[in-house]
Design a protein around this ligand. Sequence first.
Ligand code: ADP
Length: 257
Amino acid sequence: MLEVVGLSKSYGTGASATHAVQCLEFAVEELEFVGIVGPSGAGKTTLLKCMAGLLAPTSGQTLLRGKPVTGPPPELAVVFQDYSRSLFAWMTVRRNVLLPLTNKPEIRDPARVADEALAAVGLKGFEEHYPWQLSGGMQQRVAIARALAYQPKVLLMDEPFASVDAQTRAELEDLVLRVREQFGVTIVLVTHDIDEAVYMSDRVVILSRPPSTVQEILPIDLPRPRDQVDTKALPEFASLRARIYEAIMQPAAAAGV
Ligand code: ADP
C-alpha cells in the first residue's frame, strides 16, 4: 500500500543543516497497522509529513499503491496531535467534519456520512456544539471523525493522543482499533509511547537517534481484538515492550550519552 524508499530529509543546507531522517526504507501492507517509534527528535513527524505529501523529501520518495507521493493524495488523511489547532472554533462539530468532504464530490450525502462518523466516535448528539464546548478528548474524537468521514484508504496519525489524560487515551486507542475494523483502513501511527505502539500495531518500525535510520522492524504477534487489561498482562507484551525500549536506549548507551 505504502512504500518508503530511501527517504532522507534535511532542514537547511551546509554545515548548519539538520539531517532529520536518512535513507529510510520500509513498506506498509494494505489494512496493516504500523507504529513508528523512536527517541524525541528522531524525525518521526518529519517522516509522517513526507509520507503525507505535506513536506518534500531531500531524496528518496514515498509510493502509494506504486505511485510517487508529490502532494497530499486524495485517499489519505492525517490526524495531528494538536486538536485545538486543527478544529475551527467558529464552526460547529458537524461543519468541521463536513469541511474536507467538499473535496469529495463522490460522497453523495455528506451530512449523513458526517453524522455516521460522529456516531462511530461516540459523539451523537454533539453535532451542533462548537469545539470549545467539548473536552480535549471529545475534540480529538471530532478530529478522528473528520478523518474517517473523508473515507481514506490510509490514515496517518501523529501522536494523536498525546494531549489527553491517561483514561481518555486508552479509550481513544480502543476507538481507533474498532473503527479500523469497521471502516477497513490502513493506519500508520507515530508515537513516543512504546506501550501504545505495541498495544495497537501489527508491526513497529523503530527509528534510531538522529540522523535517523530504520533500526529494526518488529512484528507484534499479539492476538486481536486487543484489550487494555488482558493484552497488557501478557508476558509477550512485556517482552516486546522491553525489546523496543532496549533498541531505543542502546545507541545512547553505546555513545556514552
Ligand atoms: P520527532 O517527531 O521524532 O520528535 P521531528 O521530525 O519533529 O522529530 O524533528 C526531527 C529533527 O528535525 C529535529 O532535530 C528538529 O529540530 C528538526 N526539524 C523539524 N522540523 C524542522 C523545521 N521545520 N526546520 C528545521 N528543523 C526542523
